[in-house]
Ligand binder design. Structure first.
Ligand code: GRG
Length: 333
């Protein structure tokens, strides 16, 4: 399928998801974690079509693998197309839809956040950081290309993110420079990098749940929340919608990391596509290590409920965001 058809299909299926949403009868309602009754939404189809649209757009945005110097372009593409779940792009596109926007306008931003996320994983896996051999079910970037190229592939993806993001739609309420600032702040030394610094410095230390939340807010929630906010901005959302998206993204982002910590101790490496049990091995403070598994699960559910509550502002139009939050809470990889 050509790229335009993929986007058209993605846009259609989002509109279609709303158009064909069945009347909320007891038979088509599912019970969510928050005990709210929700109308059925085909999340599997949403994720499949959006992942395809994002992959095709990323392929267009990035220099071809053979472009000189080919090593760096192969290394960037190796990690980018290694099979990530594409949760940040999905959240970005779903937020745009919730605000009545056109998903095609959100696509450069969905791709930009995935480039930043992939860069952070490549660098996180380096021997100087978490020192991991597997990611997304494959050997890590530095295992294949060597440390020098892996550092550069991360740098190049970070830079590429901004080149892609500036191709977004410019709105009176959200000029392009405002949108790019949002991306820079989420990835910068007060957010994503701050979280990673605090995470490194906390290794082997006894830290409080308050300090752990500081790390999670920055290392994980900032980019997830930024993805949701950027989707809203691409749809020229109202200030009230942006506040609701921020509340949603913040809580989903925190729940995401609590679940990640739980999966690290409950799942196998094969299932996760990365080395399981790394947190315990590196003596990292996590929710399970601080409060136990059961309480961690309750915390993740409570955070997701807070995220659901923020969606009330969209009066039933945020079906994809709601389904994603539930999926992230119940995920097993
Ligand atoms: C600047 C040298 C240098 C390093 C920066 C910022 C940074 C390194 C690392 C970010 C920290 C990090 C990896 C946070 C974890 C967030 C997280 C839970 C990632 C896993 O996300 P998934 O499950 O992964 O969405 P996939 O592979 O599915 O995309």
């Amino acid at each position: 399928m050509d790229p335009l058809s993929v986007i058209a299909l993605a846009v259609f299926s989002c509109v279609g998801a709303r158009v064909f949403l069945k009347e909320p009868t007891m038979s088509n309602m599912i019970k969510g974690s928050s005990a709210r009754l929700k109308p059925a939404f085909d999340l599997e189809e949403f994720l499949a079509t959006r992942t395809e649209a994002v992959n095709q757009a990323l392929d267009r945005f990035l220099p071809p693998a053979k472009t000189k110097p080919a090593t760096i372009h192969r290394a960037m593409r190796y990690s980018l197309f290694a099979g990530g779940k594409r949760m940040r792009p999905a959240l970005c596109l779903a937020a745009a839809a919730a605000c009545g926007g056109n998903e095609t306008d959100a696509l450069p931003l969905a791709c930009a956040v995935e480039c930043i996320h992939t860069y952070s994983l490549i660098h996180d896996d380096l021997p100087a950081m978490d020192n991991d051999d597997f990611r997304r079910g494959k050997p890590t970037n530095h295992k294949v290309f060597g440390e020098g190229i892996a550092v550069l592939a991360g740098d190049a993806l970070l830079t590429q993110a901004f080149e892609v993001a500036v191709q977004c739609q410019d709105w009176p309420r959200y000029p392009r420079q405002r949108i790019v600032l949002e991306l820079a702040q989420a990835a910068g030394s007060l957010q994503l990098i701050a979280g990673q610094v605090a995470d490194l410095e906390a290794e082997g230390q006894k830290i409080s749940t308050r300090q752990l939340r500081y790390i999670h807010e920055r290392k994980t929630s900032a980019l997830l929340c930024g993805s949701v906010r950027l989707g809203g901005m691409s749809a020229n959302c109202t200030p009230a919608q942006l506040r609701a998206l921020t509340e949603f993204g913040y809580h989903v982002g925190l729940a995401f990391q609590v679940i990640d910590d739980i999966l690290d101790v409950t799942q196998t490496s094969e299932k996760l596509g990365k080395t399981a049990g790394k947190d315990t091995q590196a003596q990292k403070a996590t929710y399970p290590s601080l409060v136990g598994l059961e309480k961690s699960r309750r915390i993740a559910t409570r955070l997701t409920d807070r995220a659901f509550a923020a969606l009330d502002a969209f009066k039933g139009r945020a079906v994809a965001l709601e389904a994603l939050a539930e999926f992230l809470l119940k995920r097993d990889r």
